[in-house]
Design a protein around this ligand. Structure first.
Ligand code: FES
Length: 136
């Protein structure tokens, strides 16, 4: 069996939503200290909805595929819905990731959460700290 699914390869080769957003409403940058990969997510939020999302990922193929898939999954969603996106859902949407690559999908979840936290902070929106608690 191939190590990576067709979907992973597709999103790695043709990543959706690569780039930056000028004057983004929320920006989140996270990294994995073990592998050194970095992911940055930019959000444009209108009427409490993710109107646009872009990302820059300096990392492995699984991290690029995860950020691409995650960006597609939150586009057009309400902020509250985007907050519930888990790395597991991203990996499932990619038809799975090898066990030792699951942490790459965690970066996508964390980067989106960091961007949403930035949006909340910039707009003085209150939230439960536990909402943004770090994953193991
Ligand atoms: Fe670091 Fe994939 S190996 S995010």
């Amino acid at each position: 069996m191939a190590l990576y699914s067709e979907k992973v390869m597709d999103h790695f080769r043709n990543p959706r939503n690569v780039g930056t957003i000028e004057n983004a409403d929320g920006v989140g940058e996270v990294g994995n200290s073990v592998c050194g990969d970095i992911m940055k997510i930019y959000l444009k939020i209108e009427d409490d909805t993710i109107a646009d999302v872009k990302f820059e990922t300096f990392g492995c193929g699984s991290a690029i595929a995860s950020s691409s898939m995650a960006s597609e999954m939150i586009k057009g969603k309400k902020v509250s819905e985007a907050l519930t996106l888990t790395n597991k859902a991203v990996a499932e949407a990619l038809d799975g990731l090898p066990a030792h690559k699951m942490h790459c999908s965690v970066l996508a979840e964390e980067a989106i959460k960091a961007a949403l936290k930035d949006y909340y902070d910039k707009n003085g929106i209150s939230y439960e700290e536990s909402l943004f608690a770090e994953k193991e």
